[in-house]
Design a binder for this molecule. Structure first.
Ligand code: HEM
Length: 510
């Protein structure tokens, strides 16, 4: 038995060496891509490319891209390797503008054809869909937030704002209190999207065991399984996930969203009145398709449920993050907060002490403050497009192959002193009408741009403005003693959320 060890070793070592060599060749196969095309880039690390630090949990990938952005100052674009695959990062916002808008026909997708989510029942949504399917679904969902619909939703939004005020009153019952703003605002945005788009009373502000909050947060707090699946897809072994029929998010997330969606549809079938909200748009799509007996079913139950899911998921964390950062900046910038309060009071005095849809729209200083918050702290730091038709980058010798991933590093544009002098200073005056006009095309993209721009932009702004106006009119917001300056960002999060909750001192105003 013992004498056979050398034989086993002699047979195993060459196999291990061959496997290591093949793995090395596989992971570095494309690493000559940018050098061959004369595109500036840094030396990649074997297997992890340029994303070793985010994968090891050392920094958020937005900052990895940002450090390359700074390194390649003076270039209009540069290359990176996302694990084994080349990606092009557009350093010049004019190029980003072209890709997102006028040359959209060559960049209509966000995912490459390699990405498959065969058994993921919540995947077929407007964020992930590609080509003609995306176009058809997007065209039907865009009208969800027309002005007329937003006006109707305002009453529901107001119910949620009222509850937020009640909650904050309880938390400051001694006329002041330190509030975990991240938690409370996230509950407020869950309740708001639930009520306004789905007609649901989530009540996560007062229900400490809210399933909505649990399932909502799970989407944005990546588990080891989610990170592993992501990794597998990026190194092109996503087929293994399909083969094993795996799903990326925890099971209860699927159960929760699929059940809620089916229950809501059933309930709506029994209602006479049309609420004219997002769910009623979905129901009409489903019914129309059934009536027409379409051969190619576009709005299958899976597509409908996936889109309900994405509206819920995309609709709360981004807006909650924006509102929390805004309160954080107002706490640190007292003069700006005081000026804002005066303008809100002025508007309320003109409207019998109330916040109205039109009144809120007219508080321009609040728009400027939200714009500046989204400049400094864009929740989505990078947006992605995939080249879908061979494309020559304007004024360059570089032609992109179909399938090349293009990163648009909007966090970097927003924090580049070339476009925003003293970018670390919170200054809403950058967004007066006059100053806004001098921002170069593509240098301000918190909601993206072009046909694939954020579908919920107008709803998010209405919600944030209403919630913030109510808070600032009733409370003075001050830094608490454990405030982080600057805020540290969670290295794993998809949305740029703080690594620990923002806590602020709220004092009631008499
Ligand atoms: C402050 C809040 C929000 C921010 C900063 C934000 C940001 C973004 C960004 C940067 C994109 C990518 C756009 C592009 O690639 O050009 C996006 C896409 C999207 N957002 Fe938002 N978003 C917010 C709120 C919302 C809300 C409230 C909803 C829904 C209720 C929503 C639903 C979506 C959807 C469905 C897409 C994909 C659109 C498509 O591919 O056709 N977002 N968002």
């Amino acid at each position: 038995m013992i004498s056979s060890w050398p034989t086993v070793l002699a047979a195993t070592i060459p196999l291990l060496v061959a496997a290591a060599y093949l793995a090395y060749r596989y992971s570095t196969y494309y690493y000559g891509y940018w050098a061959e095309r004369g595109v500036p880039h840094a030396e990649p690390t074997t297997l992890l490319g340029h994303f070793a630090r985010p994968i090891l949990g050392r920094e958020n990938s937005a900052f990895t891209v940002d450090s390359h952005y700074r390194r390649f100052g003076g270039h209009r674009y540069f290359g990176m390797y996302q694990l084994r695959h080349p990606i092009l990062v557009l350093r010049d916002p004019e190029l980003a503008h072209a890709v997102l808008t006028k040359d959209f026909a060559s960049f209509h997708d966000r995912l490459t054809s390699r990405t498959s989510f065969k058994h993921d029942q919540l995947f077929s949504n407007v964020v992930n869909l590609t080509g003609d399917r995306w176009k058809a679904v997007r065209a039907k969902l865009t009208p969800t937030f027309t002005t007329a619909r937003l006006k109707t939703m305002f009453a529901d939004l107001y119910v949620c704002t009222d509850r937020l005020m009640n909650k904050l009153s309880l938390l400051t019952s001694d006329d002041q209190g330190v509030v975990n703003v991240t938690d409370i605002i996230s509950k407020f945005t869950i309740d708001t999207i639930g009520r306004c788009a789905f007609g649901l009373d989530c009540n996560s502000l007062f229900d400490s065991n809210s399933e909505f909050q649990r399932a909502g947060e799970a989407v944005f707090r990546p588990t080891v399984k989610m990170l592993l699946h992501n990794f597998m897809r990026l190194i092109d072994i996503g087929w293994l996930i399909d083969l094993l029929r795996l799903r990326s998010m925890p099971d209860y997330v699927y159960e929760f969203y699929l059940n809620i969606f089916h229950d809501t549809l059933k309930l709506r079938d029994t209602e006479v009145e049309d609420r004219n909200d997002f769910v009623s748009i979905l129901i009409k799509l489903r019914n129309k398709e059934k009536e027409n007996n379409n051969k190619v079913e576009l709005f299958t139950d899976e597509v409908l449920a996936s889109n309900a899911f994405i509206f819920f998921a995309a609709g709360f964390e981004t807006t909650a993050t924006t509102m929390s950062y805004c309160l954080y900046e107002l706490a640190l910038n007292k003069d700006i907060q005081t000026k804002l309060r005066e303008q809100i009071k002025l508007m309320m005095n003109e409207n019998d002490g109330k916040l109205t849809y039109d009144g809120i729209k007219n508080i321009k200083y609040l728009d400027m403050i939200i714009n500046e918050t989204l400049r400094m702290h864009p929740p989505v730091a990078v947006t992605i497009r995939v080249c879908t038709k061979k494309y020559k980058l304007p004024d360059s010798d570089l032609t992109l192959d179909v399938g090349t991933k293009v990163f648009i590093p909007l966090y970097s544009y927003h924090n580049d002193p070339k476009y925003y002098p003293n970018p670390k200073v919170f200054d809403p005056l950058r967004f007066t009408e006059e100053n806004k006009a001098s921002i170069p095309n593509g240098a301000y993209l918190p909601f993206g741009d072009g046909p694939r721009i954020c579908i919920g932009k107008r709803f998010a702004i209405m919600e944030a403005k209403t919630g913030l106006a109510e808070i600032i009119s009733r409370f003075e917001v001050l830094p608490s003693k454990d405030i982080q300056i600057p805020i540290q960002i969670n290295p794993h999060a998809f949305v740029l959320t703080p690594s620990s909750p923002i806590r602020l001192l709220l004092k009631k105003i008499n």
